[in-house]
Design a protein around this ligand. Sequence first.
Ligand code: BGC
Length: 773
Amino acid sequence: MVLLRMVAVTAASALALSAPVGVNAQNDTSAANDAQTGQEIEIDVLLARMTREEKIGQLVQRMGGRSKALNSRLGPEELDRVRRGEVGSYLHVAGADPLRELQRVAVEESRLGIPLLFSMDVVHGYRTIFPVPIAMAASWDPEVAREHAEIAAREASAAGLHWTFAPMVDIARDPRWGRIVEGSGEDAYLGSRMAEAQVRGFQGSDLSAPDTIVAGTKHFGAYGAAEGGRDYAGAELGERSLRETYLAPFRAAAEAGTASYMTAFNAVDGVPTTGNAALLRDMLRGEWDWDGLVLSDWRAVEELMAHGVAADRSGAAALALRAGVDMDMVADIYADDLAAAIEADPSLEPLLDQAVRRILKVKQDLGLFADPYRYHDTAREKAVMLSPEHREAARRSAANSLVLLKNEGVLPLIRDAQRIALVGALADDALSQLGSWRARGEEADVVTLKAALEARHGGVTYVRGADTRSDDTSGIAEAVRAAENADVIVAALGEDFDWSGEARSRSSLELPGKQRELFTGLEATGKPIVVVLMGGRPLAIPEIAESADAVLASWLLGVEAGPAIVDALFGFTNPGGKLPVSFPRSTGQIPVNYDHLPSGRPADPDLSKDTARYMDVEITPQYAFGHGLSYSSFDYGDIRLSGARIPASGGRIAIAVDVTNSGKVAGDEVVQLYVRDPVASVSRPVKQLRGFARVALAPGERRTVTFTLSPEQLALWNAGGKWAIEPGRIEVMVGSASDDIRARSAFEIIGEGRGRMAPAAIPTRVEVSGQKR
Ligand code: BGC
């Protein structure tokens, strides 16, 4: 309210000089009185005072710097733009003090005093860097994702930021696509849970709290389906896959209240998402009834011309605005060309007002009109960054993200009794553990595997051996010598941070550099070999899968990578993560996602038959979705259903299973629920995840996991373009991985019903022995 009064005063004095277009003084006065009474009206009052130029200014997001040189562009000319009301938001800016000054210019020196929105890609931590998102998804614990987002928001908001471009919820089934590292993998259900958890973590329950920020869920559309895994390439997919799979996590984010979305760069079936009114205006805003702020990706409005759907800049501006893009990230197309587009087509004018309203609403929800300086507390900024509690959370999250892919008895290592040869450039690569998008993360904050292992164990010999980026094999001999003199080899192999991320597609998923040769040399020593597999994507590692004694997928784990890995190697912790994406046997096998459609001729090892298999490689993935071992073992009981039949509307079914830790050590098991609709109007996937629970079990402990499903979670997008619940049998499978089903049952849906939304977007209620989640 304080600022609004100030706005009123400033505006009133300015009115004498230049009356806003289309607003007469009488309207303005009565509206100003109304402004005291309700939030919506306040925005309308402000809107009524704005000139068209000021309105367009709100739609403009400019770069205050680059992602590696924040604030570097905030010179005098830029500040003059702010004074003239030509900017609504900045990205790649940070710092409580510098942003207070920038905000001051906007609030005190522009005609209407509208505060700016400050934004950045805070994707897996701000200063305290957590595991990369694909790793957090491997925890199969949405609480890991929520907590990371909450901490990231606490640190980012303390540095003056209001808005992050995260979570990235693009489903990715092609590991050649480098951005697979930024999301939650191949599955719509797991992806949806991670999406909603992060939205809740960033935004908390009150956006105006000084330690929460706006989530910018991205990249709306089907960016992850880029053809051939080539970044920015178009997605060729049917509406059913789009709705059921690719858009499901976006819907889950909407249900969790995401205040903004960013559009994808690419096209779906030929229509670039940034100019796609059917997707953004009709579906997102219409069908989903979502009314937040839509931002384009970096220059995506301008790129509408390169896509060949706009002839010129004002055409691109009109197309994007009409589609429902409220804010233009850095292209300055709205800034420079929207006015001309509106002159040419006045029907755009109300769309401009809508966009401005949405942007002002986000500013209002953040509390910026009440106190534009609430995010600029330098004492808080100093206190929260990389605090011991944040590091501790990063370590827990790193521990939970580890996936034990293979173990033939070598892990856990015998504490203190062994001479260890630690090999591989990645073991000593601090920067890589920060992964793609590291916000304000610093290399010096990272504890590497080498540092952590040497700190914890007396007998470590470290040799780089081979690099991730060179074909130099000269270090291999020394690594082999070290291996010969050791009792066990720990080889850190995989990809460094720069092999994955934006514009980091690969045509081959093999280990880069000469790491394969290094592995072959080490393996030839006959010493037990543990591979710690690092990187941001699934790799094709058939030799390692075959010959290593143990393989621990450690992704890129953030500042606490080393200690988390060492804890697991020695059995101080027990790996309990599961793969959020299948690992192929070879690059040519992709996509190899578990929830494919059935074939009329399913793969048969008998090569004399014509079936859906490869001549040169097994049809199954190397490691399936949901796979992950433990130092313990888990037994599953039979499935108990609450009934055999449920009505299509209003029905519920409880699916219970007992899980027992049958091993000698405590461990976590991720109990996974899959369903299949064997006969429907359209062919349904062979299996679909519809529930999971990560359960901690002491040795011998048994717990009951109960999943409660509603028929809406079994709906499909039918041939008539509707969500439909069809009658018939539903098969239920519970297991330890998508390829390790331990119990099966079935029930029947009686009658027909309507679905509400993508079934994967709807969370299943899970109870673990009386504990609800
Ligand atoms: C990326 C987005 C990111 C934006 C701003 C773009 O290149 O695609 O994910 O949020 O840059 O840094």
